[in-house]
Ligand binder design. Structure first.
Ligand SMILES: [Zn+2]
Length: 394
Protein backbone atom coordinates (compact mmCIF):
# COMPACT_ATOMS: atom_id res chain seq x y z
CA UNK A 1 0.00 0.00 0.00
CA UNK A 2 1.23 3.50 -0.74
CA UNK A 3 2.19 5.45 2.33
CA UNK A 4 2.00 9.17 2.79
CA UNK A 5 4.35 11.35 4.74
CA UNK A 6 2.90 14.37 6.42
CA UNK A 7 4.60 17.78 6.30
CA UNK A 8 5.38 20.34 7.57
CA UNK A 9 8.25 19.04 9.71
CA UNK A 10 9.47 16.47 7.17
CA UNK A 11 11.28 19.22 5.24
CA UNK A 12 14.91 18.16 4.99
CA UNK A 13 17.68 17.11 2.61
CA UNK A 14 17.44 14.12 0.30
CA UNK A 15 19.65 12.31 -2.19
CA UNK A 16 17.65 10.37 -4.77
CA UNK A 17 19.97 7.67 -6.07
CA UNK A 18 20.05 4.84 -8.57
CA UNK A 19 17.41 6.10 -10.97
CA UNK A 20 17.24 7.74 -14.36
CA UNK A 21 16.38 11.40 -14.76
CA UNK A 22 14.65 13.55 -17.36
CA UNK A 23 15.33 17.18 -16.55
CA UNK A 24 12.36 18.82 -18.32
CA UNK A 25 14.34 20.02 -21.34
CA UNK A 26 16.71 17.35 -22.70
CA UNK A 27 16.03 14.92 -25.50
CA UNK A 28 16.67 11.88 -23.35
CA UNK A 29 17.33 10.38 -19.93
CA UNK A 30 20.44 10.72 -17.82
CA UNK A 31 21.92 8.52 -15.11
CA UNK A 32 21.96 10.94 -12.27
CA UNK A 33 21.65 11.38 -8.53
CA UNK A 34 19.48 14.30 -7.57
CA UNK A 35 20.07 16.20 -4.34
CA UNK A 36 17.70 18.45 -2.46
CA UNK A 37 18.05 20.77 0.50
CA UNK A 38 14.96 22.30 2.04
CA UNK A 39 12.64 23.28 -0.79
CA UNK A 40 15.29 23.37 -3.51
CA UNK A 41 17.37 21.16 -5.78
CA UNK A 42 21.08 21.52 -5.02
CA UNK A 43 24.17 20.38 -6.92
CA UNK A 44 25.90 18.43 -4.14
CA UNK A 45 24.66 16.27 -1.31
CA UNK A 46 23.84 18.05 1.90
CA UNK A 47 25.58 16.66 4.99
CA UNK A 48 23.18 14.26 6.67
CA UNK A 49 20.94 13.98 3.62
CA UNK A 50 18.58 11.00 3.69
CA UNK A 51 18.91 8.52 0.84
CA UNK A 52 15.95 7.59 -1.32
CA UNK A 53 16.67 4.61 -3.57
CA UNK A 54 14.82 5.21 -6.85
CA UNK A 55 16.46 2.34 -8.79
CA UNK A 56 14.38 1.28 -11.76
CA UNK A 57 12.43 4.56 -11.76
CA UNK A 58 12.61 7.76 -13.79
CA UNK A 59 12.60 11.17 -12.11
CA UNK A 60 11.01 14.11 -13.87
CA UNK A 61 9.78 17.61 -12.95
CA UNK A 62 6.44 17.86 -11.20
CA UNK A 63 3.63 18.34 -13.70
CA UNK A 64 1.66 21.56 -14.17
CA UNK A 65 -2.11 21.61 -14.78
CA UNK A 66 -2.98 24.96 -16.33
CA UNK A 67 -6.78 24.80 -16.09
CA UNK A 68 -8.53 23.19 -13.12
CA UNK A 69 -11.76 23.61 -11.18
CA UNK A 70 -11.21 22.28 -7.69
CA UNK A 71 -14.78 23.23 -6.73
CA UNK A 72 -16.39 20.80 -9.22
CA UNK A 73 -16.55 17.05 -8.60
CA UNK A 74 -15.85 15.74 -12.13
CA UNK A 75 -19.23 13.97 -12.29
CA UNK A 76 -22.50 14.33 -14.18
CA UNK A 77 -24.08 15.68 -10.97
CA UNK A 78 -21.47 18.46 -10.64
CA UNK A 79 -23.94 21.32 -10.47
CA UNK A 80 -26.22 19.73 -7.85
CA UNK A 81 -23.16 18.97 -5.70
CA UNK A 82 -21.84 22.51 -6.17
CA UNK A 83 -25.20 24.09 -5.31
CA UNK A 84 -25.65 21.80 -2.30
CA UNK A 85 -22.30 22.56 -0.69
CA UNK A 86 -21.83 24.73 2.35
CA UNK A 87 -18.70 26.90 2.05
CA UNK A 88 -16.92 24.65 4.55
CA UNK A 89 -17.98 21.52 2.70
CA UNK A 90 -16.81 22.94 -0.60
CA UNK A 91 -13.44 23.90 0.83
CA UNK A 92 -12.91 20.39 2.18
CA UNK A 93 -13.82 18.84 -1.18
CA UNK A 94 -11.42 21.21 -2.92
CA UNK A 95 -8.65 20.20 -0.52
CA UNK A 96 -9.41 16.53 -1.19
CA UNK A 97 -9.21 16.90 -4.97
CA UNK A 98 -6.04 18.95 -4.64
CA UNK A 99 -4.47 16.10 -2.69
CA UNK A 100 -5.41 13.56 -5.37
CA UNK A 101 -3.76 15.77 -7.97
CA UNK A 102 -0.59 16.00 -5.95
CA UNK A 103 -0.48 12.22 -5.48
CA UNK A 104 -0.69 11.91 -9.30
CA UNK A 105 2.49 14.00 -9.65
CA UNK A 106 0.79 17.33 -10.38
CA UNK A 107 2.72 19.77 -8.21
CA UNK A 108 1.37 23.05 -9.61
CA UNK A 109 -2.29 23.76 -10.39
CA UNK A 110 -3.81 26.88 -11.91
CA UNK A 111 -7.43 27.01 -10.75
CA UNK A 112 -9.45 29.04 -13.25
CA UNK A 113 -12.80 29.18 -11.55
CA UNK A 114 -13.96 28.82 -7.97
CA UNK A 115 -15.50 31.08 -5.33
CA UNK A 116 -12.74 33.64 -4.75
CA UNK A 117 -12.43 33.55 -0.97
CA UNK A 118 -12.41 29.74 -0.78
CA UNK A 119 -9.73 29.11 -3.36
CA UNK A 120 -7.49 31.82 -1.89
CA UNK A 121 -7.86 30.23 1.56
CA UNK A 122 -6.89 26.87 0.11
CA UNK A 123 -3.84 28.33 -1.66
CA UNK A 124 -2.68 29.94 1.58
CA UNK A 125 -3.32 26.81 3.64
CA UNK A 126 -1.24 24.79 1.16
CA UNK A 127 1.62 27.30 1.34
CA UNK A 128 1.52 27.22 5.14
CA UNK A 129 1.61 23.42 5.20
CA UNK A 130 -1.84 23.20 6.79
CA UNK A 131 -3.03 20.97 3.95
CA UNK A 132 -0.96 18.81 1.62
CA UNK A 133 -1.71 20.13 -1.87
CA UNK A 134 -0.04 21.30 -5.08
CA UNK A 135 1.09 24.90 -5.24
CA UNK A 136 -1.99 26.79 -6.42
CA UNK A 137 -2.32 29.76 -8.75
CA UNK A 138 -5.86 31.03 -8.57
CA UNK A 139 -8.23 33.28 -10.49
CA UNK A 140 -11.17 33.17 -8.10
CA UNK A 141 -14.59 33.73 -9.62
CA UNK A 142 -14.35 34.31 -13.39
CA UNK A 143 -15.54 37.74 -14.54
CA UNK A 144 -18.76 37.11 -16.48
CA UNK A 145 -21.84 39.02 -17.64
CA UNK A 146 -25.04 38.89 -15.57
CA UNK A 147 -26.47 35.43 -16.04
CA UNK A 148 -23.45 34.54 -18.19
CA UNK A 149 -21.19 31.49 -18.20
CA UNK A 150 -20.52 30.30 -14.63
CA UNK A 151 -22.38 33.27 -13.10
CA UNK A 152 -23.07 31.05 -10.05
CA UNK A 153 -19.44 31.36 -8.90
CA UNK A 154 -20.17 34.94 -7.92
CA UNK A 155 -18.28 36.88 -10.62
CA UNK A 156 -20.99 38.80 -12.51
CA UNK A 157 -19.89 42.21 -13.81
CA UNK A 158 -21.33 44.37 -16.58
CA UNK A 159 -20.16 47.37 -18.55
CA UNK A 160 -16.77 49.07 -18.59
CA UNK A 161 -16.97 50.36 -15.01
CA UNK A 162 -18.40 47.06 -13.76
CA UNK A 163 -15.54 44.99 -15.13
CA UNK A 164 -12.96 47.52 -13.93
CA UNK A 165 -14.31 47.19 -10.40
CA UNK A 166 -14.38 43.39 -10.73
CA UNK A 167 -10.67 43.33 -11.55
CA UNK A 168 -9.86 45.67 -8.65
CA UNK A 169 -11.79 43.49 -6.24
CA UNK A 170 -9.93 40.39 -7.36
CA UNK A 171 -6.59 42.14 -7.09
CA UNK A 172 -7.47 43.23 -3.57
CA UNK A 173 -8.50 39.67 -2.71
CA UNK A 174 -5.10 38.43 -3.89
CA UNK A 175 -5.71 36.41 -7.06
CA UNK A 176 -2.82 35.34 -9.31
CA UNK A 177 -4.66 35.57 -12.64
CA UNK A 178 -7.79 37.24 -13.97
CA UNK A 179 -10.14 34.85 -15.77
CA UNK A 180 -12.81 36.40 -17.95
CA UNK A 181 -15.57 34.63 -19.83
CA UNK A 182 -15.24 36.02 -23.36
CA UNK A 183 -17.77 33.59 -24.81
CA UNK A 184 -20.65 31.59 -23.45
CA UNK A 185 -19.99 28.08 -22.16
CA UNK A 186 -21.27 24.57 -22.57
CA UNK A 187 -22.07 24.08 -18.89
CA UNK A 188 -24.36 27.06 -18.29
CA UNK A 189 -27.90 26.79 -19.65
CA UNK A 190 -28.84 29.96 -21.53
CA UNK A 191 -25.27 30.86 -22.47
CA UNK A 192 -24.06 30.30 -26.04
CA UNK A 193 -20.44 29.13 -26.55
CA UNK A 194 -20.46 30.37 -30.13
CA UNK A 195 -21.28 33.97 -29.12
CA UNK A 196 -19.13 36.64 -27.43
CA UNK A 197 -20.24 37.80 -23.96
CA UNK A 198 -18.39 41.12 -23.80
CA UNK A 199 -17.53 43.91 -26.22
CA UNK A 200 -13.92 44.58 -27.20
CA UNK A 201 -14.06 47.77 -25.11
CA UNK A 202 -15.15 45.90 -21.99
CA UNK A 203 -12.50 43.22 -22.42
CA UNK A 204 -9.84 45.83 -23.13
CA UNK A 205 -10.75 47.45 -19.81
CA UNK A 206 -10.29 44.08 -18.06
CA UNK A 207 -6.85 43.73 -19.64
CA UNK A 208 -5.74 47.31 -18.91
CA UNK A 209 -6.89 47.20 -15.31
CA UNK A 210 -5.31 43.79 -14.73
CA UNK A 211 -2.00 44.84 -16.25
CA UNK A 212 -2.01 47.99 -14.12
CA UNK A 213 -2.03 45.68 -11.10
CA UNK A 214 0.59 43.32 -12.51
CA UNK A 215 -1.94 40.58 -13.26
CA UNK A 216 -2.42 38.69 -16.49
CA UNK A 217 -5.74 37.88 -18.11
CA UNK A 218 -6.81 34.59 -19.58
CA UNK A 219 -10.09 34.44 -21.48
CA UNK A 220 -12.46 31.53 -21.70
CA UNK A 221 -13.32 31.46 -25.41
CA UNK A 222 -14.91 28.59 -27.29
CA UNK A 223 -16.41 30.11 -30.43
CA UNK A 224 -14.62 32.10 -33.10
CA UNK A 225 -16.52 35.28 -32.15
CA UNK A 226 -15.37 35.15 -28.53
CA UNK A 227 -11.79 34.31 -29.55
CA UNK A 228 -11.69 37.24 -31.99
CA UNK A 229 -12.95 39.76 -29.43
CA UNK A 230 -10.49 38.48 -26.80
CA UNK A 231 -7.53 38.63 -29.19
CA UNK A 232 -8.44 42.15 -30.27
CA UNK A 233 -8.70 43.23 -26.64
CA UNK A 234 -5.15 42.01 -25.98
CA UNK A 235 -5.66 39.13 -23.54
CA UNK A 236 -2.58 37.21 -22.39
CA UNK A 237 -4.15 33.76 -22.62
CA UNK A 238 -6.98 31.86 -24.27
CA UNK A 239 -8.73 28.91 -22.62
CA UNK A 240 -10.25 26.15 -24.76
CA UNK A 241 -9.67 28.09 -28.00
CA UNK A 242 -11.73 25.41 -29.71
CA UNK A 243 -13.13 27.48 -32.59
CA UNK A 244 -16.46 25.95 -31.75
CA UNK A 245 -19.40 26.25 -34.14
CA UNK A 246 -22.70 24.36 -34.13
CA UNK A 247 -20.98 22.05 -36.69
CA UNK A 248 -17.88 21.33 -34.54
CA UNK A 249 -14.41 22.92 -34.42
CA UNK A 250 -13.73 24.92 -37.57
CA UNK A 251 -10.31 26.54 -37.83
CA UNK A 252 -9.79 30.14 -38.86
CA UNK A 253 -6.26 30.34 -40.26
CA UNK A 254 -5.96 34.12 -40.02
CA UNK A 255 -7.07 34.21 -36.42
CA UNK A 256 -4.68 31.38 -35.51
CA UNK A 257 -1.84 33.28 -37.16
CA UNK A 258 -2.76 36.38 -35.13
CA UNK A 259 -2.81 34.37 -31.87
CA UNK A 260 0.68 33.10 -32.71
CA UNK A 261 1.95 36.54 -33.77
CA UNK A 262 0.80 38.12 -30.49
CA UNK A 263 2.32 35.30 -28.42
CA UNK A 264 -0.96 34.60 -26.64
CA UNK A 265 -0.77 31.53 -24.41
CA UNK A 266 -3.20 28.84 -25.60
CA UNK A 267 -4.58 26.42 -23.02
CA UNK A 268 -6.36 23.72 -25.04
CA UNK A 269 -8.29 21.98 -22.18
CA UNK A 270 -8.07 18.36 -23.30
CA UNK A 271 -11.17 17.11 -21.47
CA UNK A 272 -11.60 13.45 -20.55
CA UNK A 273 -14.51 12.84 -22.91
CA UNK A 274 -12.36 13.62 -25.98
CA UNK A 275 -10.51 10.30 -25.74
CA UNK A 276 -13.68 8.34 -26.41
CA UNK A 277 -14.34 10.38 -29.57
CA UNK A 278 -11.29 9.12 -31.44
CA UNK A 279 -12.28 8.07 -34.93
CA UNK A 280 -15.32 10.35 -35.07
CA UNK A 281 -15.84 13.46 -37.17
CA UNK A 282 -15.71 15.65 -34.04
CA UNK A 283 -12.33 14.21 -33.12
CA UNK A 284 -10.99 14.82 -36.63
CA UNK A 285 -12.12 18.47 -36.56
CA UNK A 286 -10.61 19.14 -33.16
CA UNK A 287 -7.40 17.29 -34.06
CA UNK A 288 -7.12 19.35 -37.23
CA UNK A 289 -7.46 22.52 -35.16
CA UNK A 290 -4.96 21.45 -32.51
CA UNK A 291 -2.40 20.58 -35.19
CA UNK A 292 -2.94 23.99 -36.80
CA UNK A 293 -2.27 25.73 -33.45
CA UNK A 294 1.04 23.87 -33.07
CA UNK A 295 2.03 24.36 -36.71
CA UNK A 296 1.36 28.11 -36.49
CA UNK A 297 3.79 28.29 -33.56
CA UNK A 298 1.22 29.13 -30.88
CA UNK A 299 2.50 29.03 -27.29
CA UNK A 300 0.59 26.04 -25.94
CA UNK A 301 0.39 24.91 -22.30
CA UNK A 302 -1.10 21.65 -21.02
CA UNK A 303 -4.56 21.76 -19.48
CA UNK A 304 -7.63 19.59 -18.99
CA UNK A 305 -10.46 21.67 -17.41
CA UNK A 306 -10.53 19.00 -14.69
CA UNK A 307 -13.55 18.99 -12.41
CA UNK A 308 -16.05 19.14 -15.25
CA UNK A 309 -17.94 15.92 -16.12
CA UNK A 310 -15.78 13.00 -17.32
CA UNK A 311 -12.65 14.90 -16.38
CA UNK A 312 -11.22 13.72 -13.06
CA UNK A 313 -8.82 16.02 -11.26
CA UNK A 314 -6.00 13.51 -11.38
CA UNK A 315 -6.51 12.78 -15.13
CA UNK A 316 -3.74 15.00 -16.50
CA UNK A 317 -1.55 12.10 -17.68
CA UNK A 318 -4.43 10.49 -19.58
CA UNK A 319 -5.22 13.82 -21.26
CA UNK A 320 -1.55 14.22 -22.21
CA UNK A 321 -1.84 10.93 -24.09
CA UNK A 322 -5.03 12.22 -25.78
CA UNK A 323 -3.23 15.42 -26.81
CA UNK A 324 -0.34 13.36 -28.19
CA UNK A 325 -2.71 11.37 -30.37
CA UNK A 326 -4.60 14.48 -31.48
CA UNK A 327 -1.62 16.68 -32.19
CA UNK A 328 0.82 14.20 -33.70
CA UNK A 329 3.50 15.54 -31.32
CA UNK A 330 5.85 13.01 -29.74
CA UNK A 331 5.72 12.09 -26.03
CA UNK A 332 8.76 14.26 -25.30
CA UNK A 333 7.08 17.34 -26.75
CA UNK A 334 3.97 16.74 -24.64
CA UNK A 335 6.11 16.22 -21.55
CA UNK A 336 7.93 19.50 -22.16
CA UNK A 337 4.57 21.25 -22.52
CA UNK A 338 3.46 19.96 -19.14
CA UNK A 339 6.69 20.85 -17.30
CA UNK A 340 9.27 23.36 -18.53
CA UNK A 341 7.10 25.05 -21.16
CA UNK A 342 4.08 25.53 -18.91
CA UNK A 343 6.36 26.87 -16.15
CA UNK A 344 7.90 29.32 -18.57
CA UNK A 345 4.63 30.49 -20.13
CA UNK A 346 2.85 30.83 -16.78
CA UNK A 347 5.74 32.91 -15.41
CA UNK A 348 7.03 30.30 -12.94
CA UNK A 349 10.79 30.53 -13.37
CA UNK A 350 11.38 28.66 -10.10
CA UNK A 351 10.11 25.27 -11.35
CA UNK A 352 9.52 23.03 -14.36
CA UNK A 353 13.15 21.91 -14.76
CA UNK A 354 15.22 19.64 -12.52
CA UNK A 355 18.31 21.76 -11.98
CA UNK A 356 20.06 23.31 -8.97
CA UNK A 357 18.29 26.36 -7.60
CA UNK A 358 14.83 25.33 -8.75
CA UNK A 359 12.10 24.05 -6.49
CA UNK A 360 12.33 20.36 -5.66
CA UNK A 361 8.97 19.58 -7.27
CA UNK A 362 9.26 16.17 -8.91
CA UNK A 363 7.91 12.69 -9.35
CA UNK A 364 9.35 9.24 -9.97
CA UNK A 365 7.56 6.86 -12.32
CA UNK A 366 7.98 3.30 -13.57
CA UNK A 367 9.21 3.28 -17.17
CA UNK A 368 10.40 5.94 -19.59
CA UNK A 369 7.84 8.74 -19.97
CA UNK A 370 9.86 10.33 -22.79
CA UNK A 371 8.85 7.35 -24.94
CA UNK A 372 5.61 6.25 -23.29
CA UNK A 373 3.32 8.74 -21.52
CA UNK A 374 1.62 5.73 -19.91
CA UNK A 375 4.56 5.70 -17.48
CA UNK A 376 3.05 8.82 -15.89
CA UNK A 377 0.19 6.67 -14.62
CA UNK A 378 2.65 4.55 -12.62
CA UNK A 379 3.69 7.13 -10.04
CA UNK A 380 5.89 5.82 -7.22
CA UNK A 381 7.11 9.00 -5.54
CA UNK A 382 6.05 12.64 -5.44
CA UNK A 383 8.06 15.45 -3.86
CA UNK A 384 6.78 18.99 -3.52
CA UNK A 385 8.96 21.81 -2.29
CA UNK A 386 11.50 19.24 -1.13
CA UNK A 387 8.95 17.30 0.91
CA UNK A 388 8.11 13.69 0.14
CA UNK A 389 4.33 13.85 -0.09
CA UNK A 390 3.62 10.47 -1.70
CA UNK A 391 5.60 7.25 -1.84
CA UNK A 392 4.82 3.75 -2.94
CA UNK A 393 7.50 1.08 -2.35
CA UNK A 394 10.31 3.64 -2.44
ZN1 LIG B 1 -12.93 25.70 -17.09
Amino acid sequence: MPTTEAPPDSRRAWSLTGGLLWDGLSDGLQDSTLHTSGALIVDAPEGGASILDVSGLTLLPGMIEAHAHLCFNGGADWRAVYDGDTPGGMLLRMAGYARRMLDAGITTVRDLGAPTALVIELRQAARQGLVVAPDLLVAGAPVTISGGHCWFMGGEADGVEGVRLAVRERHQAGVDWIKVMASGGNMTPGSDPTRAQYTVEELRTVVEEAHRHGLRVTAHAHGVEGIRVAVEAGVDGLEHCSFQTPQGSVKDEDLIAEIARRGIVVSPTIVGSLAAMEGTERWAMRANLVRALFEAGCRVVMSTDCGIPNTPHEGLAASMETLRRMSGQDPLAILRLTTSTSADLLGLADRGVLQPGRRADLLAVEGDPTRDLGALQRVRLVMRDGEVVYRDRV
